[in-house]
Design a protein around this ligand. Structure first.
Ligand code: FAD
Length: 352
């Protein structure tokens, strides 16, 4: 508009737009997968792995269901990743419901298979149980598990951190002390509970630094396309769902495509914002759906590379039929507990 030009508007540079910042450092991503419980899920999981492997993630973690329900699934997925790909698998391992011996045996199994990265967690009490109480003869807390793992092998150990404080912690400071205990016991890094408001994470990082924590605190990124489910889950695990997120998803219940576009936009903006504060490593929950994670990675400048990791997994699965990567109607029905991709510990919390 000539008016604008005469006011000098056209001479102003449009900068600071996060998406245009293609010269920003390319982030380092790691991905979280969920063990499959059915053949269809297994297909989708490996399709997801095949699709994302060329993005050369730093590592890929495999969750562990509460109450030992998917112990076998975690083990077999991690061992297959180790055996058949060059990706670096990280096995989630929890204390709940198992004796020292059970957990140590599993850890030795990983060690003997050459799996070096463990995500050491306490886990949640089984559905319907009252407050957490440690199992006699088991590891009580994640810090105890980390110490136990250290006695078994020189594992690379990640632990959980909670920018909004773990719901059962007696105070934010006590929770921070606990994080410090886990790192002092031998963990290498923490991966955070997901969060939506970057300021919450940044304030938490300040508190970590003030407490003398220098280990990496990797932001956990949860791309949200099933908004209703995430609202319910967030209420249980003490994560704030900001009004702006609700506003973005308002009126989209019948429109999965739109939801996926929003989900990728939100995750990209979150990562780009954190990059402006110098953070460059992020752990992304894939929920075994590659398309959203792939889109997010692409927008952030992460492009496929022909690493051994990708070549091997691609060769391996070249002939595998590609299942539909999109959410099924059930995935979008918040009243149904059938979202196949959701981590079992989430499903249990959400749907009892
Ligand atoms: P801890 O670090 O042991 O802390 C648990 C609570 O106990 C905290 O409130 C802490 O402040 C308190 N506490 C610690 N030590 C003491 C002590 N000595 N005395 C009193 N209180 C203490 N769950 C799964 O089942 N499977 C998974 O695969 C899984 N993956 C996850 C991945 C990430 C990145 C995150 C953030 C969470 C994951 N969870 C998983 C959920 C996790 O198991 C729950 O949040 C669980 O309630 C706490 O686990 P933690 O390892 O943080 O426990």
């Amino acid at each position: 508009m000539t008016d604008g030009q005469s006011n000098g508007l056209s001479e102003k540079h449009i900068d600071g737009l996060l998406l245009r910042n293609f010269e920003a450092p390319i982030p380092i991503l790691s991905f979280e997968f969920v063990p499959a419980r059915t053949d269809a899920m297994e297909q989708r999981l490996w399709h997801c792995i095949r699709r994302l492997a060329p993005l050369a993630p730093r590592f890929v973690s495999v969750t562990y269901g509460a109450g030992g329900t998917t112990q076998t699934g975690t083990l077999s997925t991690v061992l297959r990743l180790k055996r058949e790909t060059d990706l670096i698998p990280a096995a989630h391992l929890i204390c709940v419901g198992a004796t020292h011996e059970d957990v140590d045996d599993l850890a030795r199994c990983y060690r003997d298979a050459g799996v070096n990265h463990i995500v050491a967690l306490r886990g949640d009490p089984p559905a319907g149980a009252a407050d957490y109480s440690p199992r006699p003869g088991g590891y009580a807390y994640a810090s105890d598990l980390v110490a136990g793992l250290r006695r078994i092998a020189d594992f690379d150990i990640s632990v959980a951190a909670y920018p909004e404080t773990h719901p059962a912690a007696s105070s934010p400071d006590a929770d921070l002390d606990n994080l410090k205990r886990k790192l002092d016991a031998g963990a290498t890094r923490a991966i955070t509970q997901y969060f939506f408001d970057s300021e919450i994470y940044l304030r938490f990082l300040d508190r970590c630094l003030a407490a003398g924590i220098t280990a990496p605190i990797i932001p956990g990124i949860m791309p949200v396309s099933n908004y209703e489910q995430i609202v319910r889950f967030s209420a249980v695990c003490g994560v704030t769902v900001p009004a702006w997120l609700r506003h973005l998803f308002d009126g989209t219940a019948e429109n999965p495509e739109l939801r996926r576009i929003i989900a990728s936009m939100v995750a990209v903006e979150q990562i780009r914002t954190l990059q402006t504060y110098g953070l460059n490593e992020f752990h992304v929950s894939t929920l075994n759906r590659s398309d959203l994670t792939y889109a997010i990675a692409h927008i952030l400048g992460v492009r496929p590379t022909q690493t051994n990791a990708s070549r091997n997994v691609t060769d391996l699965l070249e002939t595998t039929e590609v299942p539909d990567d999109r959410e099924t109607p059930a995935d979008f029905d918040p009243t149904k507990g059938t979202q196949e991709g959701a981590p079992p510990f989430m499903l249990r919390t959400l749907f009892g």
